[in-house]
Design a protein around this ligand. Structure first.
Ligand code: HEM
Length: 135
């Protein structure tokens, strides 16, 4: 019985593997910490930062938070412009898209998100590639 209790408490201290992806990243707090780490990565990247030259960080943060919450099955509905509308005119290519994915992975590593969970998150974002690049 003691062993069982130890195993259960040990499991709950680790990342949960049940519930929505949003719950698994730690809900609203986990989402905010992840998005802030991502924004910090963007802020330090000489290739990607120039894309955000005229963007408001606060606006991007709020929009990305809601969008990610929505994509990860959290209790949010992103009602902003479509991914195509937002990124049209930015002339984003494959390499810039891949770089942004790398920055998100770096942010997820920083937040100690497990590799299997990272892969599930990336699988949700990958289909958006065509809506973001060459626009
Ligand atoms: C799957 C990949 C991506 C997703 C899901 C995504 C999603 C978003 C979202 C939700 C917003 C905020 C929209 C709003 O509320 O107004 C946004 C804005 C923005 N995105 Fe992306 N994005 C992706 C890839 C990229 C890439 C690769 C770049 C550039 C290399 C980029 C550059 C920007 C910029 C500059 C803005 C700010 C626009 C502004 O407010 O002026 N995005 N993106």
């Amino acid at each position: 019985m003691l062993l069982f209790a130890l195993i259960v408490s040990g499991l709950s201290a680790c990342q949960s593997t049940s519930g929505t992806l949003y719950e698994q990243i730690g809900g609203a707090e986990g989402n905010e910490k992840l998005v802030d780490a991502f924004i910090n990565q963007i802020g330090n990247d000489p290739v990607i930062l120039p894309f955000f030259e005229n963007a408001s960080v606060a606006h991007f943060r709020a929009g990305f938070l809601t969008h990610l919450c929505d994509v990860l099955d959290g209790p949010c509905e992103f009602r902003g412009d479509s991914m195509v509308q937002i990124h049209t005119g930015m002339h984003i290519g494959e390499s810039e898209f891949n770089r942004v994915v790398e920055l998100l992975v770096a942010a997820m590593n920083e937040r100690r998100i497990s590799t299997p969970l990272q892969n599930q998150i990336l699988a949700r974002l990958a289909p958006l590639r065509g809506e973001v690049i060459h626009r």
